[in-house]
Design a binder for this molecule. Structure first.
Ligand code: NAP
Length: 289
Protein backbone atom coordinates (compact mmCIF):
# COMPACT_ATOMS: atom_id res chain seq x y z
CA UNK A 1 0.00 0.00 0.00
CA UNK A 2 1.07 3.55 -0.69
CA UNK A 3 -0.28 6.56 1.25
CA UNK A 4 -1.94 8.34 -1.64
CA UNK A 5 -2.78 7.69 -5.29
CA UNK A 6 -2.83 10.50 -7.82
CA UNK A 7 -4.89 9.86 -10.97
CA UNK A 8 -4.35 12.26 -13.86
CA UNK A 9 -0.85 13.48 -14.71
CA UNK A 10 -1.51 16.52 -16.84
CA UNK A 11 0.10 19.84 -15.90
CA UNK A 12 -1.74 20.05 -12.59
CA UNK A 13 -1.87 16.37 -11.60
CA UNK A 14 1.89 16.09 -12.17
CA UNK A 15 2.48 19.10 -9.90
CA UNK A 16 0.27 17.56 -7.19
CA UNK A 17 2.01 14.19 -7.33
CA UNK A 18 5.47 15.81 -7.43
CA UNK A 19 4.71 17.89 -4.32
CA UNK A 20 3.60 14.78 -2.42
CA UNK A 21 6.74 12.88 -3.50
CA UNK A 22 8.89 15.88 -2.42
CA UNK A 23 7.28 15.70 1.00
CA UNK A 24 8.38 12.09 1.32
CA UNK A 25 4.94 10.52 0.81
CA UNK A 26 4.61 7.08 -0.74
CA UNK A 27 2.70 7.97 -3.91
CA UNK A 28 1.10 5.75 -6.55
CA UNK A 29 0.30 7.44 -9.86
CA UNK A 30 -1.75 6.55 -12.92
CA UNK A 31 -2.39 8.38 -16.17
CA UNK A 32 -4.27 7.34 -19.32
CA UNK A 33 -1.08 8.11 -21.27
CA UNK A 34 1.52 6.34 -19.09
CA UNK A 35 4.58 8.10 -20.56
CA UNK A 36 3.68 11.22 -18.54
CA UNK A 37 4.57 9.30 -15.36
CA UNK A 38 8.26 8.85 -16.27
CA UNK A 39 9.71 11.81 -14.33
CA UNK A 40 7.57 11.04 -11.28
CA UNK A 41 8.65 7.39 -11.29
CA UNK A 42 12.27 8.55 -11.51
CA UNK A 43 11.59 10.72 -8.45
CA UNK A 44 10.22 7.78 -6.45
CA UNK A 45 6.51 7.42 -7.35
CA UNK A 46 5.03 4.01 -8.13
CA UNK A 47 3.23 3.61 -11.46
CA UNK A 48 0.00 1.59 -11.27
CA UNK A 49 -0.67 -0.61 -14.33
CA UNK A 50 -4.29 0.55 -14.54
CA UNK A 51 -6.80 2.82 -12.78
CA UNK A 52 -8.30 -0.08 -10.77
CA UNK A 53 -4.87 -0.84 -9.32
CA UNK A 54 -4.30 2.85 -8.55
CA UNK A 55 -7.54 2.98 -6.54
CA UNK A 56 -6.65 -0.18 -4.61
CA UNK A 57 -3.10 1.00 -3.86
CA UNK A 58 -3.91 3.75 -1.32
CA UNK A 59 -6.49 4.81 1.27
CA UNK A 60 -6.66 8.29 -0.33
CA UNK A 61 -7.22 8.82 -4.07
CA UNK A 62 -6.73 12.27 -5.62
CA UNK A 63 -8.17 12.80 -9.10
CA UNK A 64 -7.10 15.73 -11.26
CA UNK A 65 -8.22 15.24 -14.87
CA UNK A 66 -9.83 17.56 -17.42
CA UNK A 67 -13.36 17.53 -15.99
CA UNK A 68 -15.98 15.50 -14.11
CA UNK A 69 -16.90 13.50 -17.22
CA UNK A 70 -13.31 12.24 -17.35
CA UNK A 71 -13.39 11.45 -13.61
CA UNK A 72 -16.63 9.51 -14.10
CA UNK A 73 -15.14 7.65 -17.09
CA UNK A 74 -12.26 6.55 -14.87
CA UNK A 75 -14.26 5.62 -11.74
CA UNK A 76 -17.42 4.05 -13.13
CA UNK A 77 -16.19 0.76 -14.65
CA UNK A 78 -17.05 -2.02 -12.22
CA UNK A 79 -13.48 -3.25 -11.73
CA UNK A 80 -12.57 0.30 -10.57
CA UNK A 81 -15.66 1.21 -8.51
CA UNK A 82 -15.52 -2.11 -6.66
CA UNK A 83 -12.25 -0.87 -5.11
CA UNK A 84 -13.83 2.26 -3.65
CA UNK A 85 -15.40 1.09 -0.36
CA UNK A 86 -13.47 2.57 2.59
CA UNK A 87 -11.46 5.03 0.45
CA UNK A 88 -11.31 8.80 0.54
CA UNK A 89 -11.87 10.23 -2.95
CA UNK A 90 -10.57 13.78 -3.47
CA UNK A 91 -11.74 15.33 -6.73
CA UNK A 92 -9.56 18.29 -7.79
CA UNK A 93 -10.77 18.50 -11.41
CA UNK A 94 -12.74 21.61 -12.27
CA UNK A 95 -16.53 21.36 -12.55
CA UNK A 96 -19.87 22.83 -11.55
CA UNK A 97 -21.48 22.67 -8.06
CA UNK A 98 -24.14 20.29 -9.43
CA UNK A 99 -21.46 17.92 -10.73
CA UNK A 100 -19.77 17.99 -7.31
CA UNK A 101 -23.04 17.18 -5.51
CA UNK A 102 -23.82 14.33 -7.91
CA UNK A 103 -20.33 12.85 -7.63
CA UNK A 104 -20.46 13.01 -3.82
CA UNK A 105 -23.75 11.08 -3.86
CA UNK A 106 -22.28 8.52 -6.27
CA UNK A 107 -19.08 8.04 -4.23
CA UNK A 108 -20.91 7.81 -0.88
CA UNK A 109 -23.24 5.18 -2.38
CA UNK A 110 -20.07 3.08 -2.82
CA UNK A 111 -19.23 3.39 0.90
CA UNK A 112 -16.40 5.86 0.32
CA UNK A 113 -15.82 9.40 1.60
CA UNK A 114 -15.66 12.38 -0.74
CA UNK A 115 -13.93 15.77 -0.73
CA UNK A 116 -14.49 18.19 -3.58
CA UNK A 117 -11.70 20.67 -4.19
CA UNK A 118 -11.02 23.64 -6.44
CA UNK A 119 -7.47 24.72 -7.17
CA UNK A 120 -6.76 28.45 -7.26
CA UNK A 121 -3.10 28.23 -8.25
CA UNK A 122 -0.75 27.58 -11.13
CA UNK A 123 1.02 24.20 -11.18
CA UNK A 124 4.33 25.92 -10.25
CA UNK A 125 2.74 27.16 -7.00
CA UNK A 126 1.54 23.73 -5.83
CA UNK A 127 3.22 22.72 -2.58
CA UNK A 128 4.00 26.34 -1.69
CA UNK A 129 2.60 28.90 0.72
CA UNK A 130 0.87 30.90 -2.06
CA UNK A 131 -1.22 28.04 -3.45
CA UNK A 132 -4.89 28.07 -2.52
CA UNK A 133 -7.10 24.98 -2.66
CA UNK A 134 -10.74 25.27 -1.57
CA UNK A 135 -12.24 22.08 -0.16
CA UNK A 136 -15.77 21.06 0.75
CA UNK A 137 -17.44 17.92 2.01
CA UNK A 138 -18.31 16.20 5.27
CA UNK A 139 -16.20 17.04 8.34
CA UNK A 140 -15.02 13.39 8.53
CA UNK A 141 -13.90 13.37 4.89
CA UNK A 142 -12.10 16.71 5.20
CA UNK A 143 -10.38 15.62 8.43
CA UNK A 144 -9.13 12.44 6.75
CA UNK A 145 -7.68 14.39 3.82
CA UNK A 146 -6.34 17.38 5.73
CA UNK A 147 -2.73 16.35 6.41
CA UNK A 148 -2.12 15.32 2.78
CA UNK A 149 -3.96 18.25 1.19
CA UNK A 150 -2.19 20.80 3.39
CA UNK A 151 1.09 19.62 1.79
CA UNK A 152 -0.28 20.76 -1.58
CA UNK A 153 -1.36 24.28 -0.66
CA UNK A 154 -0.38 26.62 2.15
CA UNK A 155 -3.76 28.24 1.56
CA UNK A 156 -5.88 25.09 2.02
CA UNK A 157 -9.30 26.54 2.85
CA UNK A 158 -12.35 24.63 4.04
CA UNK A 159 -15.63 25.83 2.54
CA UNK A 160 -17.63 23.64 4.95
CA UNK A 161 -19.88 20.62 4.44
CA UNK A 162 -21.89 21.85 1.41
CA UNK A 163 -19.97 19.94 -1.21
CA UNK A 164 -20.75 22.33 -4.09
CA UNK A 165 -19.31 25.37 -2.28
CA UNK A 166 -15.75 25.03 -3.61
CA UNK A 167 -16.89 24.76 -7.24
CA UNK A 168 -19.25 27.69 -6.71
CA UNK A 169 -16.52 30.00 -5.43
CA UNK A 170 -14.13 28.74 -8.13
CA UNK A 171 -16.74 29.71 -10.74
CA UNK A 172 -17.03 33.18 -9.19
CA UNK A 173 -13.25 33.63 -9.25
CA UNK A 174 -13.04 32.32 -12.83
CA UNK A 175 -15.69 34.86 -13.91
CA UNK A 176 -13.43 37.59 -12.49
CA UNK A 177 -10.36 36.14 -14.19
CA UNK A 178 -12.14 35.77 -17.55
CA UNK A 179 -13.00 39.49 -17.55
CA UNK A 180 -9.48 40.35 -16.45
CA UNK A 181 -7.80 38.23 -19.16
CA UNK A 182 -9.92 39.78 -21.92
CA UNK A 183 -9.49 43.29 -20.51
CA UNK A 184 -5.74 42.85 -20.22
CA UNK A 185 -5.52 41.59 -23.80
CA UNK A 186 -7.57 44.52 -25.12
CA UNK A 187 -5.20 46.83 -23.22
CA UNK A 188 -2.29 45.09 -24.96
CA UNK A 189 -4.00 45.75 -28.33
CA UNK A 190 -4.13 49.42 -27.42
CA UNK A 191 -0.42 49.42 -26.53
CA UNK A 192 0.47 47.66 -29.80
CA UNK A 193 -1.64 50.12 -31.82
CA UNK A 194 -0.11 53.14 -30.07
CA UNK A 195 3.50 51.92 -30.07
CA UNK A 196 3.75 51.29 -26.32
CA UNK A 197 5.71 48.49 -24.62
CA UNK A 198 3.24 45.72 -23.70
CA UNK A 199 5.64 44.31 -21.08
CA UNK A 200 5.77 47.72 -19.38
CA UNK A 201 1.95 47.75 -19.38
CA UNK A 202 1.95 44.36 -17.61
CA UNK A 203 4.46 45.67 -15.09
CA UNK A 204 2.30 48.77 -14.45
CA UNK A 205 -0.69 46.52 -13.71
CA UNK A 206 1.46 44.47 -11.33
CA UNK A 207 2.31 47.68 -9.44
CA UNK A 208 -1.39 48.53 -9.24
CA UNK A 209 -2.25 45.05 -7.86
CA UNK A 210 -2.67 46.14 -4.20
CA UNK A 211 -5.09 48.93 -5.21
CA UNK A 212 -7.00 46.60 -7.53
CA UNK A 213 -7.23 44.10 -4.67
CA UNK A 214 -8.72 46.75 -2.39
CA UNK A 215 -11.19 47.64 -5.13
CA UNK A 216 -12.31 44.00 -5.37
CA UNK A 217 -12.86 43.88 -1.60
CA UNK A 218 -14.73 47.21 -1.68
CA UNK A 219 -17.00 46.03 -4.51
CA UNK A 220 -17.75 42.80 -2.64
CA UNK A 221 -18.73 44.77 0.48
CA UNK A 222 -20.87 47.23 -1.48
CA UNK A 223 -22.75 44.48 -3.33
CA UNK A 224 -23.19 42.32 -0.21
CA UNK A 225 -24.65 45.28 1.74
CA UNK A 226 -26.61 46.58 -1.26
CA UNK A 227 -25.09 49.99 -0.41
CA UNK A 228 -24.39 51.73 -3.71
CA UNK A 229 -25.09 55.30 -2.68
CA UNK A 230 -21.68 56.72 -1.59
CA UNK A 231 -19.59 56.61 -4.76
CA UNK A 232 -16.08 57.99 -4.90
CA UNK A 233 -16.52 57.75 -8.66
CA UNK A 234 -19.96 57.27 -10.18
CA UNK A 235 -21.16 54.63 -12.59
CA UNK A 236 -21.95 57.49 -15.04
CA UNK A 237 -18.28 58.55 -14.99
CA UNK A 238 -17.17 54.96 -15.68
CA UNK A 239 -19.76 54.68 -18.49
CA UNK A 240 -18.34 57.81 -20.14
CA UNK A 241 -14.77 56.56 -19.87
CA UNK A 242 -15.70 53.15 -21.30
CA UNK A 243 -17.58 54.69 -24.24
CA UNK A 244 -14.25 56.48 -24.90
CA UNK A 245 -12.66 53.04 -25.23
CA UNK A 246 -15.12 52.29 -28.04
CA UNK A 247 -14.18 55.53 -29.80
CA UNK A 248 -10.52 54.65 -29.44
CA UNK A 249 -11.00 51.18 -30.97
CA UNK A 250 -12.60 52.84 -34.03
CA UNK A 251 -9.90 55.53 -34.30
CA UNK A 252 -7.07 53.01 -33.91
CA UNK A 253 -8.86 50.42 -36.11
CA UNK A 254 -8.50 47.65 -33.55
CA UNK A 255 -11.00 45.00 -32.43
CA UNK A 256 -13.87 46.67 -30.54
CA UNK A 257 -15.75 43.62 -29.14
CA UNK A 258 -14.74 44.04 -25.51
CA UNK A 259 -15.30 47.83 -25.31
CA UNK A 260 -18.71 47.37 -27.05
CA UNK A 261 -19.75 44.67 -24.56
CA UNK A 262 -18.65 46.74 -21.56
CA UNK A 263 -20.03 50.05 -22.88
CA UNK A 264 -23.40 48.44 -23.60
CA UNK A 265 -23.74 47.14 -20.02
CA UNK A 266 -22.73 50.48 -18.48
CA UNK A 267 -25.05 52.45 -20.81
CA UNK A 268 -27.95 50.19 -19.83
CA UNK A 269 -27.19 50.80 -16.14
CA UNK A 270 -27.21 54.59 -16.69
CA UNK A 271 -30.51 54.37 -18.64
CA UNK A 272 -31.98 52.31 -15.77
CA UNK A 273 -31.26 55.22 -13.40
CA UNK A 274 -28.09 53.98 -11.66
CA UNK A 275 -25.74 56.67 -13.02
CA UNK A 276 -25.21 58.39 -9.65
CA UNK A 277 -24.39 55.13 -7.84
CA UNK A 278 -21.15 53.17 -7.29
CA UNK A 279 -19.92 51.42 -10.45
CA UNK A 280 -20.61 48.12 -8.64
CA UNK A 281 -24.28 48.89 -9.34
CA UNK A 282 -23.65 47.34 -12.77
CA UNK A 283 -24.73 44.14 -10.99
CA UNK A 284 -28.30 45.47 -11.02
CA UNK A 285 -28.31 45.14 -14.82
CA UNK A 286 -26.73 41.67 -14.65
CA UNK A 287 -29.28 40.52 -12.06
CA UNK A 288 -32.07 41.22 -14.54
CA UNK A 289 -30.53 39.16 -17.33
P1 NAP B 1 -4.14 18.84 -18.79
O1 NAP B 1 -2.69 19.12 -18.71
O2 NAP B 1 -4.85 19.05 -20.06
O3 NAP B 1 -4.36 17.32 -18.32
C1 NAP B 1 -5.60 16.70 -18.44
C2 NAP B 1 -5.52 15.33 -17.76
O4 NAP B 1 -6.80 14.71 -17.83
C3 NAP B 1 -4.52 14.40 -18.43
O5 NAP B 1 -3.91 13.60 -17.41
C4 NAP B 1 -5.43 13.54 -19.31
O6 NAP B 1 -4.89 12.29 -19.62
C5 NAP B 1 -6.61 13.40 -18.37
N1 NAP B 1 -7.85 12.99 -19.05
C6 NAP B 1 -8.67 13.76 -19.79
N2 NAP B 1 -9.73 13.05 -20.23
C7 NAP B 1 -9.56 11.79 -19.72
C8 NAP B 1 -10.32 10.60 -19.81
N3 NAP B 1 -11.48 10.56 -20.49
N4 NAP B 1 -9.87 9.50 -19.16
C9 NAP B 1 -8.70 9.55 -18.48
N5 NAP B 1 -7.94 10.65 -18.34
C10 NAP B 1 -8.36 11.77 -18.97
O7 NAP B 1 -4.97 19.68 -17.70
P2 NAP B 1 -4.46 20.25 -16.29
O8 NAP B 1 -3.92 21.62 -16.49
O9 NAP B 1 -3.63 19.22 -15.60
O10 NAP B 1 -5.86 20.41 -15.55
C11 NAP B 1 -6.45 19.34 -14.84
C12 NAP B 1 -7.57 19.92 -13.98
O11 NAP B 1 -7.00 20.87 -13.07
C13 NAP B 1 -8.63 20.66 -14.82
O12 NAP B 1 -9.92 20.39 -14.33
C14 NAP B 1 -8.25 22.12 -14.60
O13 NAP B 1 -9.37 22.99 -14.71
C15 NAP B 1 -7.73 22.07 -13.16
N6 NAP B 1 -6.87 23.24 -12.89
C16 NAP B 1 -5.74 23.43 -13.65
C17 NAP B 1 -4.96 24.55 -13.42
C18 NAP B 1 -3.71 24.81 -14.24
O14 NAP B 1 -3.13 25.91 -14.09
N7 NAP B 1 -3.25 23.88 -15.03
C19 NAP B 1 -5.32 25.47 -12.41
C20 NAP B 1 -6.46 25.22 -11.65
C21 NAP B 1 -7.23 24.10 -11.89
P3 NAP B 1 -3.89 12.13 -20.89
O15 NAP B 1 -2.56 12.62 -20.42
O16 NAP B 1 -3.91 10.70 -21.20
O17 NAP B 1 -4.46 13.00 -22.00
Amino acid sequence: MSEVSVIGLGEMGTALAAALVRHGKKVTVWNRSPEKAAALVAAGALLAPDSAAAIRASPVVILCVSNYAATRAILEPTDVSSGLPGKLVVQLSTGTPKEARELETWVQARSARYVDGAILAWPRQIGGADAVILVSGSAEAQAQGHSLLSLLAGGLTSMGPEVGASSSLFAAVLAYLAGRWIGLSHGALICEAEGLDVAAYGALLANLAPILGQDAKHMGDVIAKNAFTSPESTLRTAAGDISGLMRHSQEARINGEFPRFAADLFARAVRAGHGAEEHAAIIKVLRQA
